[in-house]
Design a protein around this ligand. Structure first.
Ligand SMILES: Nc1ncnc2c1ncn2[C@@H]1O[C@H](COP(=O)(O)OP(=O)(O)OP(=O)(O)O)[C@@H](O)[C@H]1O
Ligand SMILES: [Mg+2]
Length: 321
């Protein structure tokens, strides 16, 4: 991919950056569809690189290097702390059912209170049999350790003890945009127009930060309603950076990679060629914007055939504008 021009230099910084680049450049295995079906488009023939043993080596190596990345860069006050498994068990009352917030491809998410920092947090536990793996865990930790923006969820810390992999985030009291827009509980009011636009603007700022302000710039690859978390006053924050990739460098326009993402949000050109660009994220943002405007899901199998794909259903409207 060639993002860093300092390859071969032996300074701590270049080694740390190389490893950060390398871990963001791993080829994860699975495509997470909205219906949780694993789909793997081997579009450009990229082979999955690494057994579980290799993944563990990468994990340990990268987590050690995280400290070096932080030391060499300006401390943005966002350095992830390490927690013991016992601490996280205690925080969630041994992962009690009433602390359960939800579940995604990575594993289950619990609400907890961490004594050491006296803070309410969300704790995500890697499911060893789940759709995602250690690679996503490492990329998440590295990306969020280098990021600091009001529209990106804060990673407070992590636990990598034995086979356990857990991520500790700031707790987002209003849950995800999906809960408010697409899967509205009975009795919950639909979002008003101003709130929808505020969420869209905040998500756009988070994306702009990843693309234009982060060093190195990052392609998110997983923008969707369930990954936009909401704080007090519906303040939106992007979450889940396990699929993130360092963007193309120099005069390159794309990164060649195995196609990953969520069905319905994935840019068709990327899905067909495996060539990932910053615009792939903009496409996903457009899908989220359409969901905000219409209140419909990107893919909805309960609708009549012609209305199941939101993009296809709205397309004829564009020519009318
Ligand atoms: N920091 C957080 N604060 C509060 N709730 C959270 C937090 N992170 C996740 N959740 C909740 O946990 C649930 C699962 O989230 P998770 O990100 O694991 O899965 P997902 O986004 O639904 O799917 P995917 O694995 O495709 O990203 C969601 O309902 C989300 O609202
Ligand atoms: Mg998510």
């Amino acid at each position: 991919m060639g993002w860093f021009c300092c390859q071969g230099k032996s300074s701590k910084k270049s080694v740390a950056e190389e490893d950060y680049r390398d871990s963001l450049d791993q080829k994860p295995t699975n495509f997470t569809a909205t219906d949780s079906v694993k789909v793997d488009f081997k579009v450009n023939g990229n082979k999955e690189d690494g057994s579980k043993g290799d993944q563990l080596a990468l994990d340990v190596k990268s987590l050690n290097l995280k400290e070096e990345v932080s030391q060499d860069r300006k401390d943005n006050g966002n350095r992830a702390q390490t927690f013991s498994f016992n601490e996280l068990e205690a925080a969630t009352g041994n992962f009690r059912v009433d602390c359960f917030l939800g579940e995604g491809g990575f594993g289950k998410v619990y609400k907890g209170h961490l004594e050491r920092i006296n803070q309410v947090v969300a704790i995500k536990q890697l499911d060893p049999n789940g759709l995602q793996g250690i690679r996503e865990f490492v990329v998440e930790v590295l990306t969020l350790s280098l990021a600091d923006h009001t529209n990106l969820v804060k990673l407070i810390g992590f636990c990598a003890e034995g086979e356990q992999r857990l991520l500790v985030y700031e707790y987002m009291p209003l849950g995800s945009l999906e809960d408010h827009l697409l899967d509205i509980r009975p009795g919950r009011k639909p979002l008003d127009w101003n709130t929808r636009m505020k969420i869209a603007a905040g998500a756009a700022r988070g994306l702009e930060y990843l693309h234009d302000k982060m060093k190195p710039p990052v392609i998110y690859r997983d923008l969707k309603c369930s990954n936009i978390l909401l704080g007090e006053g519906y303040h939106p924050k992007l979450s889940d950076f396990g699929l993130a990739k360092v963007g193309p460098s120099g005069d390159k326009t794309h990164v060649s990679t195995r196609v990953m993402g969520t069905y319905g949000y994935c840019a068709p050109d990327y899905a067909m060629t495996g060539q990932l660009t910053f615009k792939s994220d903009i496409y996903s943002f457009g899908v989220v914007l359409l969901e905000l405007i219409t209140g419909r899901k990107a893919i909805d199998h309960t609708k009549p055939a012609k209305e199941q794909n939101l993009i296809a259903w709205t397309c004829p409207q564009y020519s009318a504008w």
